[in-house]
Design a protein around this ligand. Structure first.
Ligand SMILES: NC(=O)c1ccc[n+]([C@@H]2O[C@H](COP(=O)([O-])OP(=O)(O)OC[C@H]3O[C@@H](n4cnc5c(N)ncnc54)[C@H](OP(=O)(O)O)[C@@H]3O)[C@@H](O)[C@H]2O)c1
Length: 343
């Protein structure tokens, strides 16, 4: 019997998966722990006083079906999503339950829209890719900044991270993405994604106080180039990354994030500045918070909660901004994000 409080987490013992499991418990859900390593699942289950453990492999659809049996939704935290996305979405469609993932890979997110839009819509099943810091938050901010605008000329998403100590999963995702695009760069321009080989410029981005102007890498393309134009009529979507954070990420010996508080969050802080331009007018939405991995958990779990309580605006494959009431969604996360909207 399906319980609306039971949520399967695939990749449960990964860095982000652990935050998602903790957030589900915090909000009264019952997580079912899944992933490919039974021992690590059992250790995680024991650390929470005992939770259901269901080992599963993306190469074994029956094991995924067992993992999702009785769950009301599944959150996929196992990346690279180029490998895990399609098999777990297939399993969610077989089970007839909503699917949410935290994919940051541009190509994997584009694949989710291209491969599953028709089937998910026909099945009436919600599939929300990139429901996390990259891809999800920028889209919610862009949608909020748009307000009553139905079109805009440009969306700019600037990431002001104090540092970026990446997880193994982030590095693996970056490697897969680089290989998929043959070492070329990607950008969203003229209403579509295109490859290019131009050097990425360093420019100064006018982050609002207290951060203030900082150097960023232009064209440091993140998942927002898939999520934002999936539902907003904006031909130019550009993303920027603080130079210091990009340097951290590419360091040959990049250290992993270190927990410094009781929630396991690192000391990393972020400011995401989204600027939307239409004609001569500008609108802005800015979010600040702590730890890009940790904040992905309330983003993903808020999405699950809204889907399971019918607070959605569409069905099928949809990004955060299309699936949910974006300003309301962001306000609901006030314990995790500070929000400023300037119209
Ligand atoms: N969009 C965003 O803002 C955002 C935020 C957070 C995370 N992410 C993405 O989420 C993914 C995980 O990140 P993380 O920080 O949690 O990294 P992590 O700590 O390295 O965890 C990765 C998890 O994925 C599992 N995994 C990898 N390949 C798998 C496969 N083929 N089958 C089953 N499980 C597999 C790993 O299991 P094993 O240990 O057994 O390999 C582990 O549980 C990455 O792709 C990352 O980019 C995105």
């Amino acid at each position: 019997m399906e319980s609306v409080r039971t949520v399967a987490v695939f990749g449960a013992y990964g860095h982000t998966g652990r935050f998602v499991v903790a957030e589900l418990l915090e909000r009264g859900f019952v997580p079912v722990l899944s992933g490919r390593d039974a021992d690590r699942l059992r250790t995680l289950a024991a650390s929470h006083g005992g939770l259901d453990v269901r080992p599963a492999s993306v190469d074994d659809p029956a094991s995924l079906d067992r993992a999702l049996a009785g769950a009301a939704a599944v959150v996929n935290c196992a990346g690279p999503f180029a490998v895990t996305g399609a098999p777990v979405i297939e399993a969610a469609l077989r089970a007839g339950i909503p699917y949410v993932d935290v994919a940051a890979e541009i190509e994997a997110n584009a694949d989710t829209f291209a491969r599953f839009a028709d089937r998910a819509r026909a099945a009436g099943t919600a599939v929300v890719p990139a429901m996390a810091f990259y891809g999800g938050l920028g889209d919610l901010l862009a949608t909020t900044a748009m307000g009553d605008w139905t079109t805009a000329d440009e969306v700019h998403v600037a990431y002001g991270l104090s540092s970026w100590h990446p997880t193994a999963g982030t590095l693996a995702a970056g490697k897969v993405s680089r290989e998929r695009r043959g070492g070329r760069h990607l950008r969203h321009t003229g209403g579509r994604l295109e490859h290019h080989d131009e050097p990425l410029p360093v420019l100064e981005w006018p982050f609002p106080a207290p951060m203030g102007p900082r150097p960023v890498i232009g064209g440091f393309t993140m998942a927002d180039v898939v999520t934002v134009p999936s539902h907003l009529a904006v031909p130019e979507v550009r993303t920027y990354m603080a130079v210091d954070a990009a340097r951290d990420l590419s360091a040959p010996d990049a250290p992993a994030p270190v927990a410094v508080d009781e929630h396991g969050r690192s000391a990393q802080t972020f400011l995401v500045d989204v600027l939307v331009r239409s004609g001569g007018a500008e609108r802005r939405a800015v979010a600040t918070g702590r730890d890009i991995y940790a904040v992905s958990a309330p983003l993903a779990v808020e999405a699950v909660h809204r889907i399971l309580t019918g607070r959605t605006r569409t069905t099928g494959v949809a990004s955060a901004g299309a699936m949910f009431d974006a300003p309301e969604f962001l306000r609901a996360l006030s314990a995790h994000l500070s929000l400023e909207v300037r119209h």
